[in-house]
Design a protein around this ligand. Structure first.
Ligand code: LLP
Length: 430
């Protein structure tokens, strides 16, 4: 395993992150524990901003909060000068409570409720990313009712769908998100007719997540520019902004080899420039919405090893004190992870084991074939690349309290989410 960010193995032979010994962190805060490398979070934000600055004239990086959002993260994103994408009233609330400037918020969602739209309008978010005609109609009505103008994007299905190692181009995209091209033209007309309450700024698309190829992004950029040029021809509207969404993959396993942040940004920037030239279209402001590639590799989860069970000739189960409630991704997406024993970090791996969670569910397996040193009860297991879509998708299944989250940096650790207590579990029960 290549250790990301500030991680290394210290002279106690323990895994260290942000200058903090993970054995000490586990003792201080308990397990399971999400640990985030603050320096790597900040570095990833800066790499994105710098790459965009260096490869394109005008643009903005929008962090996709769904990957990991708590108040401390919102503050960090704001300090680093990024905008943020929120997809629910709850994410909007979290961002605002962290003092995130509302004009830098981009409000997404395929089924925003009336109250969510109202909250977005009243807080004055920068852009509402409209996903359907009924939403656009409702928004036109609400803006008049509250006498509040709003700027918006329309989310378009570019007919390209991408996954880790593969992508497809489809004419008619079967997706619950966004407008097809013909509906989009109608939406553009309605949005333009609803000025000045609605101010159409441009278009958005998002082709998928954990993507390792750059070609689908380049294709999407070309398709979007072509569409913008069609819109100009049919309606006279010249879009000033183009948001290409997120999706860059990260390294979960040692053989994963995602493109760098820089080549991702440069490729999209050059594809947009080339397409704009082809279409003779003025260069739009370019927005990107990375989530996973900012937080994913910056996070690890620490677990305490409990029961070890041998099934002779079949496998050895090493059970830990968390599981699908703090990381649903293996069960939901068959996602693979790598781990090491943090208290035996320099020992050679000697056995292939199955890391099981503690949930009452046979499918609660965190890692199918983990290569680790001889595991014993009370060892500390560190699972890598858990900084995205783990805490944000965590549950209280089996009434397990959700873990704490700590940020570490320069040898200091700070709690950003406290561990849930049993009382929290019944706090909402009437
Ligand atoms: N923008 C939009 C509109 C999105 O829907 C998403 C992710 C992003 C940006 C950020 O994409 P990223 O850079 O993180 O790939 N729960 C799944 C991932 C779902 C992604 C949903 N949308 C997982 O754990 O793999």
């Amino acid at each position: 395993m290549k250790l990301a960010g500030t991680m290394n193995i210290n002279n106690r032979q323990h895994l260290e992150i942000g200058g903090c010994d993970t054995v000490d962190l586990a003792r201080k805060y308990g397990t399971p524990l999400y640990v985030m490398d603050e320096e790597l979070l900040r570095e990833n934000c800066r790499r994105y901003s710098n790459a965009l600055k260096n490869s394109y004239s005008l643009g903005k990086i929008i962090y996709a909060g769904k990957a990991f959002l708590v108040r401390a993260m919102a503050s960090l994103v704001n300090e680093e000068g990024l905008g943020m994408d929120v997809v629910s009233g709850g994410e909007l609330y979290t961002a605002l409570k962290a003092g995130f400037p509302s004009e830098n918020l981009y409000f997404h969602g395929n089924n925003k409720s009336t109250s969510e739209l109202t909250e977005a309008l009243q807080s004055g978010v920068g852009r509402i990313v409209v996903d359907s005609l009924p939403e656009l109609q409702e928004l036109a009505q609400l803006t008049k009712e509250y006498n509040r103008k709003t700027s918006l994007f329309l989310r378009i299905k570019p007919g390209i769908e991408a996954h880790t190692h593969d992508y497809i181009q489809t004419g008619q995209d079967d997706s619950k998100f966004g407008f097809g091209f013909s509906d989009a033209m109608e939406a553009v007309r309605l949005a333009l007719a609803s000025a000045p309450y609605l101010e159409l700024k441009g278009f958005h698309c998002h082709i998928g997540s954990q993507i390792f190829q750059l070609e689908p992004f380049r294709l999407a950029a070309g398709v979007m520019l072509k569409f913008m040029s069609d819109v100009r021809a049919k309606t006279g509207f010249v879009a000033a902004e183009l948001d290409i969404g997120g999706g860059l993959g990260i390294r979960y396993e040692k053989d994963d080899n995602p493109p760098s942040i820089e080549s991702f940004v440069e490729n999209i920037a050059s594809a947009v420039r080339e397409a704009a030239e082809r279409e003779n279209f003025p260069l739009p402001e370019l927005l990107l919405e990375p989530g996973r590639s900012i937080t994913g590799e910056a996070g690890i989860t620490l677990y305490r090893v409990g029961i070890i069970k041998d099934i002779p000739g079949v496998r050895r189960y090493v059970a830990v004190d968390g599981g699908m409630m703090d990381n649903i991704r293996p069960a939901l997406y068959q996602a693979s992870y790598e781990a090491l024993l943090a208290n035996k970090a320099s020992q050679e791996p000697v056995e292939k084991v199955t890391i099981a969670g503690k949930a009452c569910e046979s499918g609660d397996i965190l890692i199918e074939n983990a290569l680790i040193p001889q595991a014993e009860k009370d060892d500390l297991l560190a699972v890598f690349s858990t900084g995205a879509y783990c805490y944000s998708m965590a549950s209280n299944y089996n009434r397990n309290p959700r873990p704490a989250v700590v940020f570490v940096k320069n040898g200091e650790s700070r709690i950003v989410v406290r561990r849930e207590k049993y009382e929290d579990l019944i706090a909402l029960d009437e």
